[in-house]
Design a protein around this ligand. Structure first.
Ligand code: FAD
Ligand code: NAP
Length: 345
């Protein structure tokens, strides 16, 4: 690996950068050319170089929602813009801005330590602040989109910096305008609006169980409970490679749900908007007898069928091959299509 650093406002670049430790699947991978972005103003110059060289490019946070091939041609932008700032606080809400490279869980902890409550249900989600809006990260009934005021980004199509309002982010279930338009916006900063009014959200069964003897948990109680549940239930990527949930929970029309529940009375599902129904994808996979199954170096996690794991030495082809088998099995048993959640590079 070679690297060059010219000045503070120039991004550090590296060739043949090893990315094994920069993707939570732990796949062997390398980037032909990588730029470490530590300040927004470095981006236009980097993008000019990329345009001039006519090479492909992509943005990488901490690699917890990506599937890498062995070699990433062209340029990979490693987002490392740091800093958290309280922009304004009044009786109603607080405006807090965080750089795209800030670690998400550290940001959640930072807010709670300063008594800004609301993000606690999103504790311990791996990744960076800048990646969080891409799939509108969510857990335990809360989505980041609920707390975003605006996003600052570089628009790679128009070659300008933009501020994108929450409304224009088109946040939806594990989806956003950014996810729908990849290779367009490079998020540099996320501005959050956190209301002073706070309400506990503990409706998910695993969480509710933690508070059977505590009817008024604080945000910090919920934060601790979520950290404990997730640590117990999910595989630690440092120990066993994974990207969290591999498939999105499918949302089906009422009629399809009614047909399914007649045939499969144990079907796990939840009401969704527009009279639709969200099916628990993990349950569908489990019912196909796939939980804990192994296919070469990859497999379905033994404690949560929605998580696919790299037992060591697995590749993107291996995991996508396993994913196809799972999709086929679920489709043939339930007639439901499972969509892959991580981003395939
Ligand atoms: P990366 O994986 O590096 O990138 C993800 C995508 O975002 C890529 O397309 C990338 O190009 C793009 N991107 C990254 N940074 C930027 C930027 N600054 N500007 C523009 N595009 C960018 N997700 C949930 O929603 N809820 C969960 O509860 C959850 N739990 C998880 C648990 C585990 C154990 C793991 C491994 C993953 C989990 N995830 C969960 C998925 C993952 O943590 C999130 O999607 C996270 O936001 C990814 O952040 P990252 O920095 O690692 O992004
Ligand atoms: P869980 O609590 O066992 O629930 C299984 C599924 O049922 C979840 O996917 C969840 O949907 C849904 N669900 C459960 N209770 C619900 C309720 N009261 N209302 C609506 N939907 C409900 O799930 P888990 O695997 O332990 O994960 C817990 C939370 O962390 C979930 O929100 C999950 O999305 C999140 N998580 C996400 C990832 C990821 O990579 N995306 C990885 C790990 C955990 P939702 O997924 O829509 O919440």
């Amino acid at each position: 690996m070679t690297s060059t650093e010219n000045s503070i406002s120039t991004a550090k670049s590296s060739v043949n950068l090893d990315l094994k430790s920069r993707n939570t699947f732990g796949f062997d991978a390398s980037a032909e050319l990588a730029y470490e972005i530590t300040a927004a103003e470095q981006i236009p110059h980097v993008m000019d170089e990329i345009t001039e060289k006519k090479i492909p490019w992509r943005v990488l946070g901490s690699g917890s929602n990506v599937i890498f091939p062995k070699f990433l041609p062209g340029a990979t932008l490693l987002m490392n813009i740091l800093g958290i700032e309280i922009v304004q606080t009044n009786q109603e809400d607080s405006i807090i801005a965080a750089g795209a490279g800030v670690n998400w869980h550290e940001f959640v902890s930072w807010t709670l330590e300063r008594n800004f409550f609301g993000l606690e249900n999103l504790a311990l989600i791996p990744g960076t602040v800048g990646a969080a809006p891409i799939q509108n990260i969510g857990a335990y009934g809360v989505e980041i989109g609920d707390y975003i005021q605006l996003i600052e980004a570089y628009d790679a199509k128009e070659h300008i910096f933009v501020k994108i309002s929450k409304q224009d982010c088109h946040f939806a279930y594990r989806n956003s305008y950014f996810k729908q338009h990849p290779y367009r916006f490079i998020v540099t900063k996320v501005v959050f609006k956190i209301p002073k009014q706070w309400q506990a959200r503990i409706q998910y069964a695993d969480l509710a169980k933690q508070f059977l003897n505590n009817s008024s948990p604080t945000a910090k109680d919920i934060f601790s409970a979520i950290c404990a549940i997730r640590t117990h239930k999910l595989p630690d990527p440092k120990v066993i490679g994974n990207a969290g949930s591999f498939f999105q929970n499918p949302i089906v029309a009422r009629e399809q749900y009614e047909t399914l529940i007649l045939k499969h009375p144990g079907l796990v599902s939840y009401p969704d908007a527009d009279n639709k129904r969200k099916l628990a994808a993990g349950w569908l996979i489990d019912q196909c007898g796939l939980k804990g199954q192994r296919m070469g170096n990859v497999g379905v996690y033994e404690n949560q069928a929605l998580v696919l794991v790299n037992h060591g030495g697995g590749t993107a082809e291996d995991i996508l091959g396993l994913a196809r088998c799972i999709q086929d099995a679920v489709h043939s048993k339930f007639g439901v299509k499972l969509e892959i959640e991580p981003n395939i590079f």
